[in-house]
Design a protein around this ligand. Sequence first.
Ligand SMILES: CC(C)(COP(=O)(O)OP(=O)(O)OC[C@H]1O[C@@H](n2cnc3c(N)ncnc32)[C@H](O)[C@@H]1OP(=O)(O)O)[C@@H](O)C(=O)NCCC(=O)NCCS
Length: 155
Amino acid sequence: MPEIRPVTKENWKELIKLKVSDDQKHFVASNLYSIAEAQFGDDIPGEGHWDMFPYGIYDEGKPVGFLMVSYNYDFARFQGFILRLMVDESVQGKGYGKFGMNWMLEKYRADERVQVVGISYEPDNDVARKLYASLGFQETGEIVDGEALALLKLR
Ligand SMILES: CC(C)(COP(=O)(O)OP(=O)(O)OC[C@H]1O[C@@H](n2cnc3c(N)ncnc32)[C@H](O)[C@@H]1OP(=O)(O)O)[C@@H](O)C(=O)NCCC(=O)NCCS
């Protein structure tokens, strides 16, 4: 059974070694970039401040993937945003991505301050689109920074 662990001073160096294939690189930022970004969060005009929390996906003690959730309880439209999800190219297609998504959604479901969760992906990322749609995300039709925006209403 896979498990999720927070990024710490002990494990960040093994998590930045995880990589997607060359043709997937434009779909997702590097884990090194994401871990750096999470130190500060982001202030988005019209939305306010997003806090970011990075995690590793592990199986049998080994790192297999990476994910990052973010929160902005003051934003009326969506209060949770799934910022990152990647599975190492050597172990894709084994259910780790779906496991990570379900873990994030459970985390958001357990937080009453989160009513709606957002996610975005490049329009040609068919694997991601189908995975998110299977979990209930609906595209809004907007393209934000080149990515399709999809939302899931939790409550
Ligand atoms: C998208 C990603 C995280 C999915 O993780 P994964 O562990 O490979 O996916 P899973 O094994 O959990 O499979 C999820 C679903 O996608 C399908 N799938 C996975 N890889 C696939 C592939 N190469 N082609 C077609 N379908 C695929 C699975 O069959 C499964 O569907 P099902 O539930 O109907 O069986 C992973 O492929 C990845 O890291 N891609 C590159 C980075 C990226 O695009 N991240 C998302 C940015 S928005």
